[in-house]
Write a protein that binds this ligand. Structure first.
Ligand SMILES: [Zn+2]
Ligand SMILES: [Zn+2]
Ligand SMILES: [Zn+2]
Length: 288
């Protein structure tokens, strides 16, 4: 593809740009089709290397142009328009456009028995949730409002409780429920793990008090240890996370620290539809 500047690989590694969404990031280059809200167009590139982690990328239509011209040359390059995007926008384009052998639509015929309603459902299940943290026995389950809980907790009348969103154990350990999202390759969809994370007493107090406060998403992100053990992974307990508080009545988003742990990798780099099917198999009693 053509770049405005002569592409000196060494220079490019250090070139930065200011993205209106992501701030200062590395400059990358994709074909114009892959920009913005594109999805399922294919994502072709040379293999990334430590020196070039974000090699130029192009869609499947541009790949046809490239191969019929025998590679990137004067002929093919004039037919493809390239755009400069930030490395985070590039990653988003990669996740949404990467072709996978199994498509999410291929799961449309999958039938599975639901835990919640005991009925058979059809299609992909993109949401699994845990009703309590790993450390809770389910003791103190209540449907009391967060503010009511807060008052009883502060007055010392309540030391252990569990709701759909909050859990206190013996007035020493505090947990909230949130979402770890795994973007699904080749789609604009995400798979959601509804899990629990620990928070400090002070953050727990703030979250209870601001449960339906319109300004709660202005709260700074909070540190958390993942407190749910997910099947089909190496142990997930105590993975480090940041809690990003969402607007009222939307669960917080848990950002898993980027490590080599498969859950962290899936959270940051996405999962295939085939992996969605694998998780469904592990999580559901019956699938067919
Ligand atoms: Zn293209
Ligand atoms: Zn960006
Ligand atoms: Zn159901």
């Amino acid at each position: 593809m053509t770049r405005d500047e002569s592409s000196d690989t060494l220079l490019r590694v250090t070139r930065k740009l200011q993205c209106t969404t992501h701030g200062e990031r590395e400059e990358t280059c994709v074909c114009s089709h892959l920009d913005r809200d594109a999805v399922s167009l294919g994502f072709n590139r040379d293999d990334p290397t430590p020196e070039v982690p974000f090699p130029d990328a192009w869609c499947n239509d541009c790949e046809i142009i490239r191969t019929s011209a025998g590679g990137w040359n004067e002929e093919s390059e004039t037919m493809v328009k390239a755009v400069i995007v930030c490395s985070a926008c590039y990653e988003r384009a990669r996740i949404r456009n990467t072709s996978t052998s199994m498509k999410l639509d291929d799961l449309n015929d999958l039938r599975w028995k639901c835990f919640t309603c005991e009925e058979w459902h059809t299609g992909p299940c993109l949401d699994f949730a845990y009703s309590q943290p790993y450390y809770s026995s389910g003791e103190g389950r209540t449907s009391a409002s967060p503010l009511e809980l807060f008052r009883n907790w502060r007055d010392g009348r309540l030391t252990t409780f569990l709701t759909e969103d909050y859990c206190a154990i013996d007035n020493t350990d505090f947990f909230i429920r949130g979402i770890i999202s795994l973007p699904i390759l080749g789609t604009a969809e995400t798979f959601c793990w509804g899990v629990w994370g620990s928070v400090s007493r002070q953050n727990f107090e703030t979250l209870l008090l601001k449960h339906d406060d319109e300004n709660r998403m202005d709260l700074p992100s909070m540190f958390s240890w993942l407190s749910t053990r997910l099947p089909d992974y190496p142990d997930t307990l105590n993975l480090k996370m940041q809690v990003h508080v969402s607007r009222p009545f939307k669960r917080p988003q848990f950002e898993v620290e980027l490590t080599a742990h498969p859950l962290a990798q899936e959270h940051h780099f996405g999962i295939t539809p085939a992996r969605v099917k694998e998780i469904m198999r592990a999580m559901l009693r019956e699938t067919e």
